[in-house]
Write a protein that binds this ligand. Sequence first.
Ligand code: MG
Ligand code: MG
Length: 297
Amino acid sequence: MNLTLKDRALGAYLGLACGDALGATVEFMTPERIRAEYGVHRDIIGGGWLTLRPGQITDDTEMSIALAQAMIDSGGWDLTRVADAFADWLRSSPVDIGNTCRRGIRRYIKTGALAGPVNEAEAGNGACMRNLPVAIATLGDARAFERQTLEQCHLTHHHPLSDAGTLCLGRMLQALFAGDGIAPCRQQAEDLIDAHPEFQFDPYPGRAGGYIVDTLQTVFHYFFHTDSFEACVTETVNRGEDADTTGALAGMLAGAHYGVDAIPPRWLAQLEPAISRTLKRQTDALLKLNQSGRTVD
Ligand code: MG
Ligand code: MG
């Protein structure tokens, strides 16, 4: 497997969108209901509780696009630009938005606050799901990665488990981008569990909700127990619950690991062309930011 950084970064970004679009159909369903209705849910068909068009993506991909564009437009990192991009996105009447994200963005619009205090209620997966652009643009610069990740997280989610899970997922992505394979990913997961034992996913507890712990247990379980992009994302979303977000995160990891050419063509063909074009253009621009070293300020 001789994959380039571009194959892996684009695989992660398109993988995110495919996982989001596939999973959204079965968001909030139980695995039993999915089985009764679809057998195995394996095609991007839209519908679901949001009555999506086939291939339509949701907030997981949209917030990533907003974050990426703010980074590209500011030529590196400017947290106010990121907050403004999220505010513009909120005003665009998105098809879906999590409560914690809405609250944080509204706070910024009202008060200009770029972070709130630590909040017990902010341990959802909404900051983690959108952090891929930071992982791409800061590859090779661990300090910039950590600072930018925490800053963008705290715009809406200020909770130690959200912080730790988002950093862990991003470090796994960066290990995969660097071509280092699965072993360092397992190490990252183990380090996370050492610090926060609630993330233990073996044996798999079976919850796939929006709580960052449930989300990452599901994503890690299926990423480490499958051997293809399609199997990883399909098995993940068939757990239901927050399936668009678990699908998005599984798609990022699997896309970074197996590369863009491992994504089923029938899934890529379903994505809306304008979205695919945006993700490709942004991937190139984020990689350029990385090379220019201007992600550090
Ligand atoms: Mg969503
Ligand atoms: Mg979701």
